[in-house]
Write a protein that binds this ligand. Structure first.
Ligand code: BGC
Length: 405
């Protein structure tokens, strides 16, 4: 009873309770920008962090909270999960704030497709990340005479050279979402954008079971052969640290990795390098973090409106994304404050959007609903750990997707 009273008085009307998975150093630094913004407006931030990159654990906690009738005010969410909760009528209607601030005009269509449901804005887009990046330790590359590889073949040659020199070529964390993040880039590079869309967005059986998919799995075996012995279960930010401190040459990871390098005091271009995964220079496989606002039983609350408005403000979009490693979720934010990787992220995104090369990330919930995504994770991870060979993996992918969809 006492506990109940204490927790009730701790959550006052001007609180927002925010469930998120931004627990790594660079992520927490970015989140602070938002916390401070709201605290400056007299809104108290109740933090509800659930560790686990990609957000699977956070989504499990969310389901438990909603089931017990105690949804948080705001929840970090990706792609199809937003549409799923909106379809269940769980999210607040943000149309008033969106109309007042003109979100329709400045948020890219690719994001609106996940932020709106049945003509209603239901979430506030924070950023645009993308998964087809490689992060490299510059001194390690220089010491081994390696240039930024432009093709898969050049990348393979670089891996072989590093391996021979006794350097761990790739820092990887063996967790299903990280294996899948790598697969986003490998599949795009192996088969190109039409193949990527057919397999991951359209869930076309022919593409899922094709020779191209078999080749993509073969390339995953090359990645597997170039990670260290302790990769299994490693968190993504620890893999980033291996590149940062020169224990490994490359990490294949979304641009939240840049937040970690920056948080460690490293400088892009001189300490570390960012480049698109070889063979995907024109493409962007994106995921956008959004804050979905749960319906608290009536109109959107003043705190929820303030949170949404703070997130979409151009100054916040610049300040937050500079730290987080992502591009802004608005098309009208200057790239001036961004470093060389951030400027590239913004330019790549605009080019990809205007040339039909922008695709939702399979690994981060922007290509297909969670049931399909999880089915793909299982196959990709089983193959990565040697349970299936490449041919079997492609066949298993066809089956798993047909059961899940
Ligand atoms: C999110 C990023 C986050 C990363 C690792 C991704 O799904 O979009 O914001 O930094 O997971 O936690």
């Amino acid at each position: 009873m006492l506990v109940g009273l204490v927790s009730m008085s701790a959550a006052s009307a001007s609180d927002v309770e925010v469930l998120h998975w931004w627990t790594a150093g660079g992520e927490a630094a970015a989140l602070n920008v938002l916390k401070e913004d709201l605290q400056g407006q007299g809104i108290n931030w109740n933090d509800m962090p659930v560790a686990g990159g990609g957000g699977e654990s956070a989504m499990t906690v969310l389901r438990a909270r909603v089931t017990s009738g105690n949804a948080p005010t705001a929840v970090q969410m990706l792609g199809f999960d937003i549409l799923d909760w909106a379809g269940q009528g769980a999210l607040a209607d943000l149309n008033a704030v969106a109309a007042k601030e003109g979100w329709d005009e400045v948020v890219p269509q690719a994001l609106q497709a996940f932020a709106k449901h049945d003509g209603k804005w239901v979430s506030a887009p924070v950023n645009v990340h993308s998964t087809n990046w490689v992060w490299a330790n510059k001194s390690v590359l220089d010491a081994n005479g390696i240039d930024v590889p432009a093709t898969w073949e050049e990348f393979e040659a670089a891996l072989a050279k590093l391996s021979e020199a006794g350097v761990t070529p790739i820092a990887h964390g063996g967790q299903p979402w990280q294996d899948a993040t790598v697969f986003d880039a490998i599949a795009m590079s192996t088969g190109g954008p039409e193949f990527y869309k057919a397999a991951f967005v359209d869930l076309d059986e022919e593409a899922l079971g094709s020779d191209t998919m078999v080749e993509a799995f073969r390339r995953m075996e090359v990645i597997r052969a170039n990670v260290d012995d302790n990769f299994s279960g490693r968190d993504w930010n620890l893999a980033t640290a291996m590149v940062a401190n020169g224990e490994a040459a490359f990490q294949l990871m979304g641009d939240w990795a840049k937040g970690e390098f920056l948080n460690a005091g490293l400088v892009p271009g001189s300490d570390f390098l960012c480049f698109r995964f070889p063979g995907t220079q024109d493409q962007v496989t994106f995921n956008a973090d959004q804050f979905a606002l749960f319906d608290q039983g009536g109109d959107v609350s003043a705190e929820q409106a303030a949170l949404a408005s703070a997130i979409l403000s151009p100054s916040f979009q610049s300040a937050f994304n500079v730290v987080k490693g992502s591009a802004p979720a608005r098309t009208d934010v200057s790239d001036e404050a961004f470093d060389v990787c951030g400027k590239q992220a913004i330019a790549d995104l605009a080019n990809a959007a205007s040339t039909g090369n922008l695709y939702g990330s399979m690994a981060h919930g922007h290509a297909a609903p969670a049931s399909v995504k999880n089915a793909m994770y299982d196959v990709i991870t089983a193959h990565f750990n040697g349970v299936f060979d490449a041919e079997t993996a492609a066949a298993e992918l066809v089956d798993a997707v047909s059961i899940a969809k």
